[in-house]
Design a binder for this molecule. Sequence first.
Ligand SMILES: *Cc1c(COP(=O)(O)O)cnc(C)c1O
Length: 526
Amino acid sequence: MGHSKDLATNNITRNNFSEKTSTLGHKALRLEEDLIFELDSPGITGVDFPNFRSKKDKLGTLKRRTKIGLPGLSEPEVIRHFTRLSQKNYAIDTGIYPLGSCTMKHNPRLNEKLARLKGFSNLHPLQPIETVQGALELIDETANWLKKLTGMPAIAMSPAAGAHGELCGMMAIRSALDARDGPDSYRRRVLVPESAHGTNPATAVVCGFKVDSIPANSSGRVDVLSFKEKLGDDVAAVMLTNPNTCGLFESDILEISRLIHECGGFFYCDGANFNAIVGRVRPGDLGVDCMHINLHKTFSTPHGGGGPGAGPVVFSEALASFVPRPWVVSRENGFSIIENDEDKGDLSPIGRMKAFHGQMGMFIRTYAYLLSHGGDGLFQASGDAVLNANYIMAELCDYLSPSYDGPCMHECLFDDRFLDGTGLTTLDFSKAMIDEGYHPMTMYFPLIVHGAMLIEPTETESKKSLDDFITVMRQLAIDAKSGENNRFLRAPEFTPRRRLDETKAARQPVLRWKEKGNAQIKASQQ
Ligand SMILES: *Cc1c(COP(=O)(O)O)cnc(C)c1O
């Protein structure tokens, strides 16, 4: 990464740099890139067809009257365009990606290699069952590992992400309540801590529940007294993340679990932070009724880009009969898939969450990760993730402002009190990190502290990588406190674009290129 420690000299270069422009707007070998539509040379294509023998046109009134609207480019132009775009990405393969809560860990290449084995990569979900026995065995084995690691008896492998897993789990809870109390059950209130990820309340509402927020206590954990006060016979469930989004283990979790069950509700656990405890704590032992597992977080599969997500959900005995179809069963004559209502026996699956059987490519990568680590390796991975976060916490706590006292789990939470009186915000600080070659941490989440900075290094960062990060964060904190506001307010200066109007981009996204709107798009990028 090679960060210059001589930041004073850096400042001078930075200012000169931003004033200098090249003839075509390129910055050294980092080239400006137009939209592909702007690169259009009408009539140019990447392929030559022989002249078509003239045939009578059968399209009639369906014949296209307008131009097709695809840009004309040669093959080398297309390759350069997309390669240059790909190089504008920041990725876990280019540097540390310290996003708290989202766990951006290295994606081992062994996983990738195995997912590309022809027997796996050429599978089709509609192949006859006798020809996919190995694939079904892999799904079954992965499911068994996940059940064992969580201490839970049942699993749905098909959900496509954490949020989709939450939907699956809360649908199962809704069905269990309706089965127990009748469809008019008035258990419709779901308790959600105020530090929860936004997907938790969103899921509850989508499933027809009302959200009731539980406050945190001064140590960043669920306030058990307030939780007790909120309990009642209209409570359907609690949705709890453990470790929570402040990076703290919910130390009263057994008490919370006992109380919610006593009151007749279910315990949904958001398992996004399972990577901090995998191999050490089994959520089933904590009384959890269902929990999603983000394979792209704990089990190192790629986030987006490299493939779709996967968020299997594990269930307790109380919810096991509501697990959605399909599931794999192992019989004497081999593996088969239960997909149809007539095969469900006396179970009451909530239906199915998606077409086919889940994200096979992600199951292969997860299985590779499980086998290559083994139980002892997973134990070490969660330990190292916690160690790395505590190292950062210890090295930065005198420079930034830690939100809570004491050690953290796999991520450390700071707020913006250290910026008090400087006129700078968490956003300014993060933009300056970009100039230093760092993707910012998670900002302004969780919502319960002001100007949150949530840092999760993961176990896959080396000591050198952590030390470089710490050096930069310390220097930025020193500069912020000593009034060097310009380096923050002008940041980022080294990026192809400076500060964008992110609110406008979210509220009024320009998703389609229009010839006339073109000038406008360009103007708004300046
Ligand atoms: C990432 C995350 C989710 C959502 O998971 P996706 O896989 O992104 O859908 C939910 N809760 C928490 C705490 C998370 O960090």
